[in-house]
Design a protein around this ligand. Structure first.
Ligand code: F6P
Length: 325
């Protein structure tokens, strides 16, 4: 496709929101306008394409959003878009507005949606936006750093009260089926044990014995970080208290991890991704997922990106196991 052939693009956010999505939207809109493209914002993810909830965006549509959490375009998970009929309706609404290509900001479920839309002749470029950091083709996803910093702040606060009461705090963090947030938070707070789906643990052997052993060495309070994909804080706290005799309290950090102003890292990554998405589209390059590898921008075919595997660096847990005594 010749340069500048795509004249009208759309942008949507899909799946769970992530801090930094607004910075990505801003970058998409302003980069596109700088290339004399028209840009349309689609509300509520793929639902907006189905329901024709689409508005043209201008320079000032994205003023004062770079620092805001959430997504000004709203987001959703759309079961209806999973059907062929839904995909055809979505593509027809794109054509109605003259939208020739879409920028999709979200996680791997959103990228599968992009493939389906592309099959209906609306090509897409995808930007990884999820706090979970579980997208294989990229080292980094928008929202990950902010979510971790929020979790860190919360656990630091919990630590004060657990220390005052000589208790054990079992904190459940998000991450979907992956342990990226948990492994990093565990190391950053010096958790006694971090439980991730990638490395199943035995509560007796790996947690209770270590609590008893370190208690003998003078340790008085304990922090256990559990990834939501590895178990429930409530169930684990109950079991730990029963087996160790040490008072344990569960805390589920939940959706607070998805909110708040994006950190520098998230704003910079999001802005680079948004700018790059428009660069690719302006060159006629479509059906790609953008990512960062060793801080360099990369992009992969959507199918290839979806087939990749990513593994958690378990040495983070080993380091923590040595130091948390
Ligand atoms: O993918 C982001 C995420 O926050 C996961 O960490 C979590 O498992 C899921 O979304 C929660 O989804 P919902 O907002 O639909 O409850």
């Amino acid at each position: 496709m010749a340069e500048q052939e795509i004249r009208k693009i759309g942008v949507l956010t899909s799946g769970g929101d992530a801090p930094g999505m607004n910075a990505a939207i801003r970058a998409v809109v302003r980069s596109a306008l700088s290339k004399n493209m028209k840009v349309y914002g689609v509300h509520h993810g793929y639902n907006g394409l189905l329901e024709d909830d689409i508005e043209e965006m201008h320079i000032r549509s994205v003023s004062e959003i770079i620092h805001r959490g959430g997504t000004v375009l709203y987001t959703a998970r759309s079961p209806e878009f999973l059907t062929l009929q839904g995909q055809q309706t979505a593509a027809a609404n794109c054509r109605k507005h003259g939208i020739e290509a879409m920028v999709i900001i979200g996680g791997d479920g959103s990228f599968r949606g992009a493939k389906d839309l592309s099959a209906q002749e609306v090509p897409c470029v995808c930007i990884p936006g999820t706090i979970d950091n579980d997208i294989a083709c990229t080292d980094y996803t928008i929202g990950y750093d902010t979510a971790m910093n929020t979790a860190l702040e919360m656990v630091d606060k919990l630590r004060d009260t657990m220390l005052s009461h000589d208790r054990c705090s079992v904190v459940e963090v998000m991450g979907h089926r992956a342990g990226y947030i948990a492994a990093n938070i565990g190391l950053a707070v010096g958790a006694l044990v971090t439980v991730v789906p990638e490395k199943p643990l035995d509560v007796d052997k790996d947690i209770v014995s270590k609590m008893k052993f370190t208690k003998k060495m003078g340790k008085k309070h304990f922090i256990i970080i559990v990834a939501e994909g590895a178990g429930s804080a409530e169930q684990m706290a109950k079991e730990i208290e029963e087996k160790s005799g040490i008072e344990a309290r569960p805390t589920v950090l939940g959706h607070v991890q998805r909110g708040g102003a994006p950190t520098v890292r998230d704003r910079v990554a999001a802005t680079r991704f948004g700018y790059q998405a428009v660069e690719l589209l302006s060159k006629g390059i479509t059906d790609r997922v953008i990512g960062l590898r060793a801080d360099d921008l990369v992009d992969f075919d959507i199918d290839e990106a979806l087939s990749m595997k990513k593994s958690l660096d378990l040495s983070l847990l080993d380091i923590n196991a040595t130091l948390s005594v």
